[in-house]
Design a protein around this ligand. Sequence first.
Ligand code: ADP
Length: 634
Amino acid sequence: MLKRVQHDGRKRVLKSLLIANRGEIACRVIRTARRLGIRTVAVYSDADAKALHVRMADEAVHIGSSPARESYLRGDKIIEAAKAADAEAIHPGYGFLSENADFAQAVIDAGLIWVGPKPDSIRAMGLKDAAKKLMAEAGVPVTPGYLGEDQDPKRLKQEADAIGYPVLIKAVAGGGGKGMRRVDDVKGFDDALESAKREAASAFGVDRVLIEKYITAPRHIEVQVFGDSHGNVVHLFERDCSLQRRHQKVIEEAPAPGMDAETRHAVCGAAVRAAQAVNYEGAGTIEFIADASEGLRADRIWFMEMNTRLQVEHPVTEEITGQDLVEWQLRVASGEELPKKQAELSINGHAIEARLYAEDPARGFLPSVGKLDHFDLGDEGRIETGVEEGDAISPFYDPMIAKLIGTGNTRDDAIDELAAMLDGIEVWPVRTNAAFLFNAVVDPDFGDKRIDTGFIEKHLDELVPPSEPSDAIRRAAGTIAVLAAEQNTALPGLAGLRLNAQPRLAVTLNGSPDELAEEEIADVSGFADEARVVVFTEGQMYEFALATRGTGTSHGLHDGEIEAPMPGKVTAVEVKQGEKVAKGQRLLTLEAMKMEHALTAPFDGSVAELIATAGAQVTEGQLLVRVESEQPSS
Ligand code: ADP
């Protein structure tokens, strides 16, 4: 597939390229640029000084401290870096400044080539409300809702009533599922509005919202489009991104299951019209929402928004079309025509992508930060990552650490490959969602194409792996410890060793013990060192301590001490000192890794100590609030 893309010996597209991004997408862009003979320039923040994208690029320029707003969001610094490194063009990746029209304009004004659509096209599609109005005028069907200027909460509530619950509040500047709240009845409206606006203001600097009819059990269908400066626009077929958690894509595939030729023709045609309406150049995605209660039907698919950049999930399109979309972007940016005409593009096979996040599904998907002491994603399938073993996941950026793409002639083949990839993932001590992804792709409903955007919520209990290992896994851990000890005679019983003296001993249990076979667990691997045994199976990681040295003073939930689970900013304190609280009640909101996290009361009681203040930056483990349990009343 992608490997078969041929370099046809045309003149070199560009001489040099600065990539204004980090992580896997920076690495991805560098790879294609290098293949095309283009000199690459990376930019980096303090936290990324030793990051993989910096190591991969021909040159790297430091642009500021770790928070994104002081580095990757500093357009001025990035343009300065491009000038200093004599880069000819800037590729923005996705996120950060990729859909910032002012930045695109500043790049052009500085005499550099902007790898992306014209600033006017970005602006036209930048706000969801304006984009929807424009598309309606161009004859593209749009989701019913309120798009007005009047943002008075009372007015918004009236509009929600008029649309009819459930409704969806969406930040007009939103992206990545942020600033979006589903509201099921009028009672929940005010809270949802306030929280959506707060998240939008902090993430995008604009808190205006629109209100849409919430379509129950919808599917997310999007179409990859491409335009050039010669007036050509083509589509590269559709993707289905219905597997989402909190409106964020988790698993994406191409083509969309159940899409017949006629519907595909209608939807992809509408997408091309949408791109033409804004004189689109470069890579873009038209997102639609489909009411798929009776299968995918052209008259039940509505425009949602356009993303004027390369998408995270572009690899699945590359895999089924055999095209390198980053190469397309670079050719278009340098003034060439699109590499292919519509009639030369076709779908070949099936591809599914899963997003591997540094987060712990068993603890409410809390992001997990730290060093990747053990990091092995295997060598099957296509892997896009921006980290290697020994690198660190920092709290400053999005917690996505890799994308895994399984392919095959059929959807079932692609599922098999992706499941095998996820099964083999070994990451420690950072937690990942690998087991959650594994459970999702092997779910019979997923296999039978019974998918919609509620899939994950509906199956959540089956998808979240148990935090406690089964007895079989415990016994496997014992076996691994014994085998590891046998492998190394200097590891007698794995006790009494000098710290750091031992390398880690990796063990794979082939022909798994009976109880594992009974539980249908195929593959178990793990490692042992002087302090622990770590077991990996089906994407899940279980750690067993070998020695208990000291008891430590861990403040658990039992004593009601609520600590910051990660570094972040307290965005709201919902309780007062002395206030009575009920189990599960929200005490405060912490914003970390670009997301809001609710910290709730572990039991009924009262607020004995309130240390946190709104707006405060807090470090991991910092005590924020202490809840005391209620005195027995008798
Ligand atoms: P973002 O730009 O933040 O990604 P989108 O407008 O693309 O926001 O919507 C993200 C997801 O939210 C969609 O893929 C879909 O699952 C869900 N969604 C959006 N609009 C609606 C709607 N009107 N009804 C139901 N779900 C919706």
